[in-house]
Design a protein around this ligand. Structure first.
Ligand code: SAM
Length: 345
């Protein structure tokens, strides 16, 4: 150890630029796969800096592609970097980085949507949930079509404390389409307030740390990109099962422009809708004429707590799905029409 108490720092040796790597390995971005690469190492350094102090960290990078962010992570003095990449074309370029950083980079050819990260790092990294976050970080710039379903999956994992959160309150720094980043952090009453705002904020401290203009990517995407940092909360703001919270939030936001009682009413079968919605709103102390975007996390906490009580009283209630009822009604009507038609024939 150096006199300053810091471990000696690691820097990658001089390497071909990312642009040269793209040329060398013919890594043309596949538009259908929404591949947009970051070539500016000042920007990739900035993403990595904003992830926090990565000294001695174990980092999981999702979708490294040609390796811009990968280089910045390796230069941040990490203990180990695990990358999971779906497209085989990128593996040789990543292998070159691995050779330049012996023992530091582990490459997995796989899919981040199914990869089991809970087994990837040493058990000794695990921290009790209430402690400071473990020295395990997730970083990535994925296609938008993957990052949104992935964050929903990981929020559910955070609520169960499994997957990446088997280590404790693992921090994540991920990119999203700017509008999605804005929704993730939207506060009560703002135009962008949505289902995603509640689901993310009841479980995590969420920060939109900066925006990267579309022109920084090759090829340029249609939209700008938001970099978002998540730290799971020691105590979730709603203490009910994830699926129950998801159901209440989904229903509340399904008629965005109407009063919240319209959407929340759809939690209940038609025969009891009026009465049960009134009871839910009254016991939760929520004004039925608030619009969904004006509901605070505290409102959602009360709504979920009361809905949970109502589900405990009526075990059939949670399974009720008004869309399913609508679908069945439609198909019944369709059958009636078909029968009428065949009688006429
Ligand atoms: N991170 C690189 C950068 O910033 O330049 C590449 C970004 S590109 C938008 C997304 C990368 O994620 C591509 O390399 C793509 O092949 C990879 N990818 C897409 N879906 C994936 C998945 N399900 N699992 C793993 N990698 C995936």
């Amino acid at each position: 150890m150096a006199a300053s108490g810091k471990l000696s720092t690691f820097r990658l040796p001089p390497l071909p630029t990312i642009r040269e790597i793209i040329k060398l390995f013919r890594l043309r971005a596949v538009k259908q796969l929404s591949q947009n690469f970051l070539l500016d190492l000042r920007l990739t350094d900035k993403i990595v800096r904003k992830a926090g102090d990565l000294t001695d960290a174990h980092v999981y990078e999702v979708g490294p592609g040609p390796g811009g962010i990968t280089r910045s992570i390796l230069n941040a003095n990490v203990a180990e970097l695990l990358v999971v990449e779906k497209d085989t074309r990128f593996i040789p370029g990543l292998q070159m980085l691995s050779d330049a950083a012996p023992g530091k980079l582990r490459i997995v050819h796989g899919d981040v949507l199914t990869f089991k990260v809970e087994k990837a790092f040493p058990e000794s990294l695990k921290r009790p949930w209430e402690d400071d976050p473990p020295n395990v970080h997730i970083i990535g710039n994925l296609p938008f079509s993957v990052s949104t379903p992935l964050i929903i999956k990981w929020l559910e994992s955070a609520s169960h404390r499994d997957g990446p959160f088997a280590y404790g309150r693992t921090r994540m720094t991920l990119t999203f389409q700017k509008e999605v980043a804005e929704r993730l952090v939207a506060t009560t009453g703002s135009k962008q307030r949505s289902r995603l705002s509640i689901m993310a904020q009841y479980l995590c401290d969420v920060k939109h740390i900066f925006t990267i203009p579309g022109q920084a990517f090759i090829p340029k995407p249609e939209v700008d990109v938001g970099v978002v940092h998540f730290t799971p909360l020691t105590q979730p703001k709603i203490e009910q099962p994830f699926k129950l919270v998801e159901k209440v939030v989904q229903n509340a936001f399904q008629f965005r422009r109407k009063y919240c009682h319209h959407g929340l009413g759809m939690l209940f079968p038609e025969a009891q809708r009026l009465e049960s919605t009134g009871r839910l709103l009254q016991l939760a102390d929520v004004d039925p004429t608030l619009r969904p975007c004006h509901l605070s996390l505290l409102h959602f906490k009360s709504l979920c707590d009361i809905y949970r009580k109502m589900c405990d009283e009526d075990p059939q209630l949670f399974a009720y799905n008004f869309r399913e009822e609508l679908r069945q009604r439609k198909s019944k009507n369709q059958n009636k029409d078909d029968n009428r038609e065949s009688c006429r024939l």
